[in-house]
Design a protein around this ligand. Sequence first.
Ligand code: NAD
Length: 353
Amino acid sequence: MKIAVLPGDGIGPEIMAEALKVLKALDLDLEFEHGLVGGAAYDIVGEPLPAATLRLARAADALMFGAVGGPQYDTLPRAKRPEQAILGLRKELGLFANLRPAIVYAELADASTIRADVVAGLDLLILRELTGDVYFGQPRGVRTLEGGEREGYDTMRYTESEVRRIAHAGFRAAMKRGRKLCSVDKANVLETSQFWRDVVVEVAREYPQIELSHMYVDNAAMQLIRNPGQFDVIVTGNLFGDILSDEASMLTGSIGMLPSAALDENGKGLYEPIHGSAPDIAGKGVANPLATILSAAMMLRYSLNQDAAADRIEAAVRKVLAQGLRCADISQDGRQTVGTSAMGDAVLAALRA
Ligand code: NAD
């Protein structure tokens, strides 16, 4: 299995090194090939997503992505900015399903701004459709109406095939987890949402093992705070998913702990921590590598079909947290604070124990 490794900028290379340490310690036939991406690529070849990187990405079975961006690139023309690399990879590889787990480890429940008894043990996954909806729907624009008043407008639309493929991705993800899928929409108001719901119900016939439910997005926003433990997998459109996935990540309160994935129709995916390149701490050896290590576990589960190896990595992460090891971002009073590579080494040791 061929993995494209794209460390990127800032803390990207530091956290990626730890994830690779862990992946290489598994007894799997994985081949790693590194590519330039983001500002690191711009500095060398003048493009955030060079053609060679795209070739590498196309040929790989899965991609490990660090982070891109930095203040030195903020004044570049938009097309040259590091963040364009992510958009380009999503588009070129057809990565339409964004997977964002929100997991609260018992030991870190106090890091959340929500009461610990509400979030303790939380383990949910949000699947957000990434390439359709009101973000891309045409027509859109600003026009002047008869009488001279101006109006801004966008178009919410989903084709049947777009809903079908994200619904399938949702059901497949639920099969790998707790077998519960909640589809979030606004079917009481929006035609697009009623259509979404109808198509999800049709697709559900192929997955009799999965318990399907539906929820309006306003209620979902409330339930995520009130009782997040009720959810296993949530599937939703681009706009609602954008908002709900950020809300869900805040339940955990620890940005350095959260992995994510963007998948194509065949399960090939790009795996990355949800955080950015953290230029404020880059090069200091203090970045938390656990989100990237957990992204590697997701890659094994969702793209490479190595569920047992994914379980091993996740168990190793739980173990180091239980041992009291913390990077500075999740450290609380009296805990042992370790740097990036010491955290990676600890996960490695737990994996081998
Ligand atoms: P950020 O996620 O990089 O950092 C926000 C805060 O969280 C910072 O204080 C940072 O030190 C801390 N932090 C982030 N990851 C951490 C980790 N693993 N361990 C410890 N602390 C961590 O967000 P930002 O500061 O808004 O953005 C910085 C740069 O990253 C910008 O150029 C932005 O465009 C880019 N960015 C990239 C991605 C991506 O590559 N997918 C995502 C978001 C932001």
